[in-house]
Design a binder for this molecule. Structure first.
Ligand SMILES: [Cu+2]
Length: 69
């Protein structure tokens, strides 16, 4: 499992937290997802052989948010 922190723009409320959390959790090989609205970050524990960081970022963008880094 790898731990990554993704900086995301546009998350503002509990709806955003749920949308991002559910979208990432739906991917294979996800250990945990933690969204922090204050810092605009998504902490993800993932198995890179099942879901790459790029795939996770793509999934967050699909929900309508912008990846900063
Ligand atoms: Cu929201």
């Amino acid at each position: 499992m790898n731990n990554e922190t993704i900086k995301v723009e546009g998350m503002s409320c509990e709806h955003c937290v749920k949308a991002v959390t559910n979208a990432v959790n739906a991917l294979p090989g996800i250990g945990s997802v933690e969204v922090d609205l204050k810092s605009g970050t998504v902490k993800v524990e993932h198995d890179p052989s099942q879901s790459t960081l790029d795939k996770i970022k793509f999934e967050i963008e699909e929900q309508g948010y912008d990846i900063v880094s």
